[in-house]
Ligand binder design. Structure first.
Ligand SMILES: Nc1nc2c(ncn2[C@@H]2O[C@H](COP(=O)(O)OP(=O)(O)O)[C@@H](O)[C@H]2O)c(=O)[nH]1
Ligand SMILES: [Mg+2]
Ligand SMILES: [Zn+2]
Length: 312
């Protein structure tokens, strides 16, 4: 590296990721399109990077600085793939339409617990009404201590409550396609102009309009990342014995199980199963736990060399 290159290197933040190109925001808030130096460099939205102008309008990213909290997903090969980095909070978005998949929400929440990330839930499209069942699920999450907001980008109740949940944090919107993540971003950040799409009437499923993660500055304080929707999300799984720590109430109940290493499946004296039978633990949450436990077991058997993530 020449002296000249050295002095030109600066620290910036990746605010959009287009594959081999990324947009880096410099200290003055200007966005610069950059190429990645070397094929091995893996960069995600939210990364702090060392970059330098390379004499054209396009800059060059040389290195990624150490990341703190990250959102990861489990790949088909059992690996953890980083989706976005340097986060404070994930906001799981569900909506009156398409029909909510609460198991996916539970997987996001469990992943957040394992990763040491704070998590909130936004229920969008309340203008379409809120079923008694969805309302009950939302109340259950609020009782567990997760911030829950009911919002709409089309009229009442608006998005102010979500703005309050996001203030001062770097957050990412996650959840099924078509729940209105990009619309929420547009409502909160007037100049974001994220692309949104009609839900196809035939499948009731949103199509993936958002193709890459992008970060926006919230008015006031805080940053918000819109992410591509996923049909089926799973976080990197810890060893099966640690799966319970992704479910706050199960983690708490487990202290009263007869066996310290209780998996809450068939063991006698299981306080978790007893709570599910008595109705004090949501049977749906318990089902989500068992599902993730099985998945963790499967991955352990299929990928014995895999290193499960360390819990935070
Ligand atoms: N009725 C209603 N429709 C909404 C609301 N928010 C978004 N939509 C619609 O839902 C569809 C999917 O929105 P989009 O933001 O692309 O969802 P994303 O896939 O989660 O980013 C679009 O047709 C939006 O206009 C809302 O609050 N109420
Ligand atoms: Mg979108
Ligand atoms: Zn138990």
């Amino acid at each position: 590296m020449t002296q000249d290159e050295q002095t030109q290197r600066q620290i910036g933040r990746v605010v959009a990721n287009h594959g081999r190109h990324v947009e880096v925001q410099d200290r003055e808030g200007h966005r610069v399109l950059c190429r990645l130096h070397g094929r091995k460099l893996l960069v995600v939205c939210g990364d702090e990077v060392e970059w330098a102008p390379d004499g054209t309008d396009v800059g060059l990213v040389h290195a990624v600085l150490p990341r703190h909290h990250v959102l990861e997903r489990l790949s088909m090969t059992g690996r953890a793939e980083t989706v976005v980095s340097n986060l404070d909070r994930i906001v799981a978005v569900a909506a009156a339409k398409p029909t909510p998949d609460w198991q996916v929400i539970d997987r996001y929440l469990a992943g957040a617990e394992w990763a040491g990330l704070s998590a909130a839930i936004a229920f969008n499209k309340c203008d379409l009404g809120l079923s008694a069942e969805d309302d009950r699920h939302l109340n259950d999450y609020a009782a567990l201590g997760y911030p829950v907001v009911r919002v709409s980008t089309r009229g009442e109740p608006g998005v102010e409550s979500l703005g309050q949940v996001l203030a001062g944090f770097t957050s990412v919107l996650v959840g099924q396609s078509g729940t209105g993540k990009s619309s929420l971003l547009n409502a909160l950040v007037p100049h974001a102009r994220a692309v949104t799409q009609e839900i196809s009437a035939a499948s009731e499923e949103g199509r993936h309009t958002t193709t890459h993660a992008a970060m926006h500055e919230l008015p006031g304080d805080g940053r918000l990342i819109d992410s591509p929707g996923v049909r089926d999300y799973a976080p990197p799984l810890p060893v099966p014995a640690a799966v319970g720590s992704g479910f706050r109430e199960i983690h708490q109940l487990a202290a009263a199980c007869k066996f310290q290493d209780c998996r809450h499946l068939t063991e006698p004296g299981c306080a978790v199963r007893a709570a599910a039978e008595a109705g004090t633990l949501s049977s749906r949450r318990f089902a989500s736990y068992r599902h993730l436990y099985q998945l963790a077991k499967e991955f352990e058997e299929r990928f014995p060399a895999r290193r499960p993530p360390r819990l935070r």
